[in-house]
Design a protein around this ligand. Structure first.
Ligand code: FES
Length: 107
């Protein structure tokens, strides 16, 4: 495991973080970006296709934290939400977030 993707803004008081497991990468969460966009900006590629919350290719497990969706009807069921599954392409963080995304890759 490595935290080499951590940015130089670690001491910013309002910084939010996205932690990706099992890799253990810790990435900054700039305001206004989805989890997918923030990961990409930090040089990490998450599984994706449509990027608008319909195809479900990006679906992954939320391990900690909370998100809100930028679309009214993301393609994820109430049961899946209850299980902690999220769609990072349209999910914006409400604080620090930890997800499980084994297929994530460094760009
Ligand atoms: S990339 Fe299609 S739902 Fe997220």
């Amino acid at each position: 495991m490595s935290s080499e993707a951590s940015p130089p803004t670690a001491d910013a008081p309002s910084a939010r973080w996205l932690e990706i497991q099992p890799q253990g990468w810790r990435l900054p969460l700039p305001p206004g970006l989805s989890l997918l966009e923030a990961a990409q900006q930090a040089g990490v590629r998450l599984a994706r296709s449509c990027r608008n919350g319909t195809c479900r290719a990006c679906r992954c497990q939320l391990l900690a934290g909370e998100v809100r969706y930028r679309v009214e009807w993301p393609g994820i069921s109430a049961e899946e939400r209850a299980e902690g599954l999220i769609l990072p392409c349209v999910a914006e963080p409400l604080g620090d977030v930890r997800i499980e995304a084994p297929a994530a890759q460094k760009l």
